[in-house]
Ligand binder design. Structure first.
Ligand code: S3P
Length: 174
């Protein structure tokens, strides 16, 4: 790819942003950045602890700050946390310097992929399936604003990467 813009992966928890992002970055020779990791490094605490000690609003503040900083760089594949799309400032920062790719998956697949994990505070509830469905429904309109949407439910990581690369190539040729 000639243009060294960022590729931004958005999408719900469990849609494959980190696994796809890491491999996509190595394929392109881009640096891989995960916004959750930036937040954890800055706060010196795991996400679960940030939510417990300071609440979700503080987490979102740290998230917005991390995105503001990272959006100024180029040549990155950025995997974003599932709630990043809810904030207009986040999205305009990311869009300024990158193409937005949303990964999706069915609620059933999301349930499977997030099963047995306790590091996602929003899913730490006994009504996990209902929570997943509610959040998906509420966030749908935000995820839909992406430049490209890829349903990863029954795709291998290398297949997802191919779809993204094909799309990015057509964009940079214009
Ligand atoms: C969140 C998703 C998580 C993390 C935090 C909140 C969300 O990231 O940012 O737990 O609001 O959907 P992943 O999508 O990488 O799991």
């Amino acid at each position: 790819m000639e243009v060294n813009n960022n590729i931004v992966l958005t999408g719900f928890m469990g849609t494959g942003k980190s696994s796809v992002g890491r491999r996509l970055a190595s394929r392109l020779g881009y640096r891989f950045v995960d916004t959750d990791t930036l937040i954890v490094d800055k706060a010196g605490l795991p996400i679960k602890e940030i939510f417990e000690q300071s609440g979700e609003p503080r987490f979102r503040e740290l998230e917005r700050e991390a995105i503001g900083n990272i959006s100024r760089e180029s040549g990155l594949v950025i995997a974003t946390g599932g709630g990043v799309v809810l904030d207009d400032i986040n999205m305009s920062n990311l869009r300024n310097n990158g193409v937005i790719v949303c990964l999706t998956a069915t609620p059933e697949i999301i349930m499977e992929r997030t099963e047995g994990r306790t590091d996602r505070p929003l899913l730490n509830t006994s009504e996990r399936e209902q929570r997943v469905r509610e959040l998906l429904e509420f966030r749908r309109q935000f995820y839909e604003k992406a430049d490209l949407t890829v349903d990863t439910s029954s795709m291998r990581v290398d297949e997802v990467i191919k779809v993204i690369l094909d799309f990015v190539k057509t964009r940079t040729r214009r």
